[in-house]
Design a protein around this ligand. Structure first.
Ligand code: NAD
Length: 487
C-alpha cells in the first residue's frame, strides 16, 4: 500500500505495519542510476582486491547481524525466523565465494596461441557493465537479490536494487548495511515501488538487468529491456519434481519431499511441487510423507502465505485436482484458512490439472505412481518450466539427474544446489535463462573483452592489402597442411 509517498509494508500474519520506505518515481530511479554510474568509476578503480575487502566486510556484518535480518524477514514476509537464518547463511556463502573468486574468474588471462596468426598472442578479460539493475521477489528477499548483487559487485558494477513491494524493508536494510561498510560512494542503492518502478529501472540506462520473479513479469522485463537492447538474466518460476527410484532410501526421500515442498510454506521457486515414485516404493513413500507432513503446524513451521491473492490460487489448484479425480491423503481444500495453508498431500491427480501444471506456491504436494524411472523422467519433464529437481536413488541417481530438463538437480537431497557458492543457478524454458552464482554467475555480470598483441612479424601476412599472390598461395598451402584431408 502506498500512502503519502511511502510504501507501507505489512506483516502477513498479523496485518501490522512492518515498516515503510519512500516510493521512487521514474525521475528518482534515473537519478539513482546516475549516482550509481559515478560510483562505478570509483568502485572499478579500487580493483578486485579493494572490492574483495569491502564485500567480505559486508559478509561479516551479515553474519554478526543474522538474527536481526532473519527477524526482519519474519516480520515482513512471515517466514519462520529459523528459515530466515538459513536464508542468510546461503546469502553469506554466495557473497564470500564471489568476493574471493572474481579476480581468478574475470581477471586478465592469456589464451593459448593458435597456429594461424601465431605471431599474435591472445588475451581475454571481463569488464563490468557499469550499473546493474537487480529486481527481486518477496519469497526469499535476502538470498535471491544477494546472489546477483554479489556477482555484479564483485565484477566491478554498482547496483540499483528494486526489492519486491512486499519486502522493501529487508531490501532497504541490505542497501543501508552495505553503506555502513562502504560509506564512500552509493555502490548499492535501493529504489522502491510497484512494477512500474521495476519497468523504469529497465529503461533507466543500466547496463544489465537481473530479474528474479514470475515468468509473466520476466517477459515484461524482457520487453522493457529490449527497447534499449539491455541484456537480462531471467530467474523465473518453476514446477520442480522429485523422483523416487526403487532402490531409494524411502524415509530420506520422504523427509526431503516434505521439506522441499513445505519450507517457506511452499513459496519457493525451486520448491518440490510434484513427486514421481516408482510402484515398488510408492505406498511406503506416501505413508512416510503423510506421517511427516502431518506433524507440521501452521503458525510454527508453516508460516503465513505472504501474498493474500495467492491463497485463492492455492485453493483453486487443490479444488481442480480433487474435481478431476485426485484424492487428498492429507489436508484438502479446507486447508486454506487465511493467512495460512495447512500441509496438503494429493495423489492420483491427473496430469492436466492446474495443481500439476502451474506454479502453486503453497505447502501442497502431489505424488504420482509410475512404472519405472523412465516414466518418472518423462512425466517430470512434461512441463514448460525447468528450474530445479531432485532424485532419490542409489544406483542411477546421477544418470536420472542428467535426463531431467532443468538447470539444477539434487541427488539424495533437495534444494542443496542453492547453498553452494561455486555452482551456477538458473533454469531453462519458462524458468528463464542466464545464471547467477559460481563462475557462470560472475561472467553473467561482465562482458568479455578480447585483445591480441603482435609479438613477431607475420611470415604469411593475410590481413593487409600488401600481401602478394604468392603469399596467398602459401596460406592456402599451410591451411591444406594443417586441416586438409590427409593422404
Ligand atoms: P513478480 O514477478 O510478481 O515480481 C517480481 C519483481 O518484479 C517485484 O519486485 C515486482 O515489483 C517487479 N515487477 C512487477 N512488474 C514489473 C514490470 N512490469 N517491470 C519490471 N518489474 C516488475 O514475482 P513475485 O511474486 O515477487 O515472486 C514470486 C515468483 O518469483 C515466483 O514465480 C517464483 O518462482 C519466482 N522466483 C524465482 C526464483 C529463481 O531464482 N528462479 C527465485 C525466487 C522466486
Amino acid at each position: 500500500m502506498i500512502e503519502d509517498g511511502w510504501l507501507l509494508s505489512t506483516n502477513p500474519a498479523t496485518g501490522d505495519e512492518a515498516g515503510r520506505v519512500p516510493v521512487a518515481d521514474e525521475k528518482a530511479v534515473v537519478a539513482a542510476v546516475e549516482r550509481a554510474k559515478a560510483a562505478a568509476i570509483w568502485w572499478q578503480s579500487i580493483g578486485f582486491e579493494g572490492r574483495k575487502v569491502r564485500l567480505l566486510r559486508w559478509r561479516t556484518l551479515l553474519v554478526e547481524r543474522i538474527q536481526e535480518l532473519a527477524e526482519l524477514a519474519h516480520s515482513e514476509a512471515g517466514k519462520p525466523v529459523t528459515d530466515g537464518i538459513i536464508e542468510v547463511t546461503a546469502a553469506v556463502e554466495h557473497l564470500d565465494w564471489a568476493a574471493k573468486n572474481a579476480k581468478r574468474v574475470l581477471g586478465p588471462r592469456k589464451v593459448r596461441t593458435r597456429l594461424l596468426l601465431a605471431e599474435h598472442s591472445g588475451h581475454v578479460e571481463y569488464l563490468p557493465f557499469g550499473v546493474v539493475g537487480v529486481i527481486g521477489p518477496w519469497n526469499y528477499p535476502i538470498v535471491t537479490p544477494i546472489g546477483p548483487i554479489s556477482g555484479a559487485l564483485a565484477a566491478g558494477n554498482t547496483v540499483v536494487f528494486k526489492p519486491s513491494e512486499y519486502t522493501p524493508v529487508v531490501g532497504q536494510w541490505l542497501a543501508d548495511t552495505f553503506a555502513e561498510v562502504v560509506p564512500e560512494h552509493p555502490v548499492l542503492q535501493a529504489v522502491h515501488g510497484f512494477g512500474d518502478v521495476g519497468g523504469a529501472l529497465c529503461r533507466s540506462g543500466v547496463g544489465k538487468v537481473s530479474f528474479t520473479g514470475s515468468t509473466a513479469t520476466g517477459k515484461k522485463v524482457m520487453m522493457a529491456c529490449a527497447e534499449n537492447l539491455v541484456p537480462v538474466v531471467i530467474e523465473a518460476g518453476g514446477k520442480d519434481a522429485l523422483i523416487v527410484d526403487a532402490d531409494a532410501d524411502v524415509s530420506a526421500a520422504a523427509e526431503a519431499a516434505v521439506w522441499g515442498s513445505m519450507t517457506n510454506a511452499g513459496q519457493t521457486c525451486i520448491g518440490i511441487e510434484r513427486v514421481y515414485a516408482v510402484a515398488p516404493v510408492y505406498d511406503a513413500f506416501v505413508e512416510a510423507v503423510v506421517e511427516k507432513a502431518g506433524k507440521l503446524r501452521t503458525g510454527q513451521e508453516i508460516g503465513p502465505i505472504t501474498m493474500p491473492k495467492q491463497l485463492d490460487i492455492i485453493r483453486d489448484h487443490i479444488e481442480d485436482a480433487l474435481a478431476k479425480g485426485g484424492r487428498a491423503v492429507l489436508g484438502g481444500a479446507s486447508s486454506v484458512q487465511a493467512p495460512y495453508v495447512a500441509p496438503t498431500v494429493l495423489v492420483d491427480v491427473p496430469a492436466d490439472s492446474s495443481e500439476m501444471r502451474e506454479e502453486t506456491f503453497g505447502p501442497t504436494l502431489t505424488i504420482t505412481k509410475v512404472r519405472d524411472a523412465d516414466e518418472a523422467v518423462e512425466k517430470a519433464n512434461d512441463t514448460p518450466y525447468g528450474l530445479g529437481g531432485s532424485v532419490f536413488a542409489k544406483k542411477n541417481g546421477i544418470r536420472i539427474a542428467r535426463r531431467l530438463r532443468s538447470g539444477m538437480v539434487a541427488v539424495n537431497g533437495t534444494l542443496t544446489f542453492v547453498g553452494m557458492g561455486n555452482l551456477p543457478f538458473g533454469g531453462v524454458g519458462e524458468s528463464g535463462f542466464g545464471r547467477i552464482h559460481g563462475e557462470d554467475g560472475l561472467r553473467e555480470f561482465a562482458r568479455p573483452k578480447a585483445i591480441t598483441v603482435r609479438r613477431a612479424k607475420s611470415l604469411l601476412p593475410a590481413m593487409t592489402f600488401e600481401r602478394t599472390p604468392a603469399q596467398v598461395q602459401q596460406i592456402v598451402k599451410a591451411l591444406r597442411l594443417l586441416y586438409g584431408r590427409k593422404p
